[in-house]
Design a protein around this ligand. Sequence first.
Ligand code: NAP
Length: 276
Amino acid sequence: MTLSLPQLGMGTWGMGGTFEEDQSSASESIEMLRFGFELGFWLVDVAELHGGGLTEKLVGKAIKGYPREDIRIISKVSRDHLKYDDVLKAAEGSLKRLDTDYIDLYLIHKLPPGVAEPAAETLSAMERLCNEGLVRHIGVSNFSKIQIECAKRHLAENTIEANEIEYNLLFQKMGNEIAPFCKENNIHLIAHRPLAKGILTQGEHKTMKMLSNKYGKTPAQIALNFILSQDITAIPKASNKKHLEENIGALGWKMEESDVELLRQLDGILPYEKIK
Ligand SMILES: NC(=O)c1ccc[n+]([C@@H]2O[C@H](COP(=O)([O-])OP(=O)(O)OC[C@H]3O[C@@H](n4cnc5c(N)ncnc54)[C@H](OP(=O)(O)O)[C@@H]3O)[C@@H](O)[C@H]2O)c1
């Protein structure tokens, strides 16, 4: 079964807490995700790390009542759980919290600091999860080309089907470097932090202002369309219904190539805290 992903999905960072559980806006987060499904979003990105596990529980509640096969869930094993048995335990925990029989796409969230390559045992455990039907597809996150090649070598019957990386107008470098390799190897690229944590929605830069006026689109729609037009899935997070509706408006139109080129010039122009 090949992995099919939409152009846009929903991020969940902060829903139910950041690194620790926070119940204070739990019901609003469930409502937000369900509002997203009604709008036409059918991909949710989560991780065992999010909200100390609460975010997966909220996603599990949000998908109730929707046909499971209509929704794609991405979840991730944390960098502290990359030993064989820990991967199996982490996936079991995620499945329980998500209250579902399978995860559509299971990613290695990132490698621990100072570790250059993924270990064979991590990939073997992921392969077992896949072969047992608990995970439909295997992928990685924040991986370089060399790290993906190494991960692929550790898989016998499966392959790496996605790489989720930080990619947005202010941070294009990694995406530009890895995109041709991913294309050649049929690896989906998924852009996290596609709005640079919201900075790009302010549209203060003259190029963003000019293109917003030219296309009649908001800065958020311009920033997301730039990603989608390259066949990269974007997973913006929105905890506001108006934002979700606005983000859907990034679909279904195209910028002229000369304007895309102007947006390429925005790489690195503003400092913001990139992933650690
Ligand atoms: N794999 C990884 O290592 C990794 C790392 C980071 C993130 N991620 C994933 O990627 C997702 C997205 O990244 P992110 O949440 O860090 O940043 P982001 O999606 O780039 O930005 C989110 C921010 O943008 C705001 N926003 C969204 N749509 C907007 C709109 N139309 N107008 C104005 N503001 C808007 C949100 O505000 P409101 O909440 O108020 O709507 C929020 O403050 C995460 O939620 C997570 O699922 C993965």
